[in-house]
Design a protein around this ligand. Sequence first.
Ligand code: SF4
Length: 277
Amino acid sequence: MKVIVADDTGFCFGVQRALQMIDSKIESQEKIYTLGDVVHNKSVINSLERKGVKSIQDDIPHDAKNSVLVIRAHGVPKEQLEQMKKSFKTVVDATCPIVMNLFKTAEQMNEQGYKIIVFGKRDHPEMVALIGYVKSAVVTVEPVPLGVKSCILSQTTMSSEEFHDFVKKSVEISHFKELRIINTICDVTAERELQARRIAKESDLVIVLGGKNSSNTCKLVKIAAETTRTVHIEDPSEVDKIDLRDIKTVGIITGTSTPQEDVKTLTEKILNRREKE
Ligand code: SF4
């Protein structure tokens, strides 16, 4: 049995950066909270909890004035950020620079009079945050009629192919004078999609390792499943339950919130089974 591991696995730059920011605060011995789970991965969250890092939602803890709050890579609405700065001793903003670029671009284009349309999911935290920057932004996955002067952007984790399709269909149903299309999809997720397509073609089975609540991981599952048998697991130990009989080539791909150590463990487990069977 051959195992193909995608070239690009493990944490993306934005998640790695957020975790490093938390680590530097752990060293300072301060009480640390994160606003929502900082990464869509149970083992990482459990490991942070063991180090005393607690995930909160909107509730302000009683010891906030003596504590650090870390804003995760998805970002938060501007007003909420200001509110948190008043409530906590320190706020560490770990919003990914690529996500922040989307917020700033939307804000600037809106100031220039463009109607802002974003290809994205309204309930995704990144989009909730974006609406905090541009309240009038239309966030949708369905093509919409464009205004006279519009700007189309995308949630950073959407599929490039689906973005192009969305733009094409929106243009077809619209009459407009001016249109700006700015592709704000993150290169990391776009590259992982390409790799998922390539590996799916070369494999009898693709294992996607990553959180089931991670939108970019679920998208990789969907892409690989279009071509070959695909299984989504959250933890390397789940591979023990997968039937590997008659499998000649296994492909491994991961979402952006999966630690590199989990990829190594999964690969070793598959290779060990190959030796035993
Ligand atoms: S997937 Fe891209 S945009 Fe999202 S956190 Fe990672 S690097 Fe940033």
